[in-house]
Ligand binder design. Structure first.
Ligand SMILES: C[S@@+](CC[C@H](N)C(=O)[O-])C[C@H]1O[C@@H](n2cnc3c(N)ncnc32)[C@H](O)[C@@H]1O
Length: 366
């Protein structure tokens, strides 16, 4: 293709995919992938209990700001709110809950809330998708910012190392056809590579999540003091940029199957890439945050007492429904289920060394 109609960075191309895809599909059995809140409500309840502890350490602010980015099916928000309404009605009463997602998901949330928890609608604000301007819509208050499987969905730039030079992947489009074009990196990508000291081996690919950088900046300006909880797949930079991932970690999901994104039509599947938690922690520190803890999802949930709430702790002989519940809860924290596939990073600012139960069991190296 010598003269493409359009030349887009990979990030612009992925943003087009996301706008079309997320307008059509939410996570779930009917969708292309499943997320922790959809496995069992125990996930949302554990997060709710973690938020109760944050509230206590923040001295019960009124209002308590809780912003969830990428609300998906709305399941996590509903489970958190139901648990708080039952176990901490005072916090529930002080809560100002904002959910950010694309307009089609927001419409779906509103319907779910009206049907399932109309009493919470006074506490909930539906927010547009993330952009740096969103900070203006969020009051600067104490509380918690929550992102479960949100950052991995943000559009990324793609780079590859050729000889000693970095190249950025662009997409040339001509009609229905597209071509992958390698060009010198844009200045922002090059700056990110240099400031984060990325050092890829020759021929290896990696994702550059510039939006994550802009997100943590926005979050910092919206949160007066309090916590950020990021639950996602990914790991420390050293692990991600090793020979385990020479092609990088970008992947697609369609019909619950792993797919190469370049084989999918735009808007046909979910595109995702791992979070470099070392870079996220470093960027967060620049924005005034400290790391509260970093652990696997399994240890985070076990630290919050999920295992003790399994039906087997109440009775020995489980009926079929209880057995299903037992297995779903175990899947959330077991290393061969979601326990080791996801990690949790806790951040705080404006507080002196807070301790959270989610990070009490065991922490990982960043
Ligand atoms: C992988 S899903 C996770 C959904 C949900 N957090 C869960 O755990 O079930 C990613 C979600 O992020 C949303 N999303 C993607 N880009 C977004 C953006 N820029 N702002 C807000 N939400 C976004 C998608 O619409 C989708 O609901």
């Amino acid at each position: 293709m010598s003269n493409p109609d359009r030349l887009l960075s990979f990030s612009e191309w992925m943003a087009e995919n996301n706008r079309t895809y997320y307008a059509r599909k939410a996570p779930g059995k009917e969708g292309d992938f499943i997320t922790s809140p959809l496995v069992h409500r125990a996930f949302g309840e554990a997060v709710a209990r973690q938020i109760m502890e944050m509230d206590e350490q923040l001295g019960h602010p009124d209002p308590f700001l809780l912003i969830e980015f990428g609300g998906g099916s709305g399941q996590l928000a509903l489970d958190i709110l139901k648990c708080l309404a039952e176990e901490s009605p005072r916090l529930f009463g002080r809560l100002s809950y904002g959910i950010s997602d694309f307009p089609e998901s927001i419409k779906h949330f509103q319907e779910r809330f009206e049907n399932e928890l109309p009493g919470a609608l006074n506490n909930v604000t539906f927010l547009p998708p993330f952009s740096p301007e969103l900070a203006r819509k969020i009051p600067n208050l104490p509380g918690c910012i929550l992102a479960n499987e949100f950052l991995d969905a943000l559009p990324i730039h793609l780079i590859v190392k050729r000889d000693t030079e970095y190249r950025e992947i662009f997409i040339g489009e001509q009609g229905e056809k597209f071509e992958i074009i390698e060009l010198p990196p844009s200045p922002a990508v090059l700056h990110f590579i240099e400031t984060n000291h990325l050092d890829l081996q020759d021929g290896c690919f990696a994702e550059i999540n510039l939006e994550m950088q802009s997100w943590i900046r926005t979050v910092s300006s919206s949160l007066q003091r309090g916590f950020v909880l990021v639950l996602d797949y990914g790991g420390p930079g050293k692990e991600l940029r090793s020979d385990r991932y020479p092609q990088g970690t970008l992947r697609g999901f369609k019909n619950h199957r792993l797919t190469d994104v370049f084989t999918l039509q735009l808007g046909e599947g979910d595109w995702t890439s791992d979070i470099d938690f070392s870079i996220l922690a470093r960027l967060a520190k620049k924005e005034g945050f400290s790391v509260t803890g970093y652990s696997t999802q399994g240890n985070f949930l076990l630290g919050l007492g999920v295992a003790e709430r399994m039906p087997i702790f109440r009775k020995k002989d489980l009926n079929l429904d209880e057995l299903k519940e037992h297995l779903a809860m175990k899947f959330l924290f077991h290393p061969e289920g979601m326990g080791n596939a996801f990690n949790v990073l806790g951040l705080h600012k404006g507080m002196d060394q807070p301790r959270l139960s989610g990070f009490s069991l065991r922490q990982e190296k960043l």
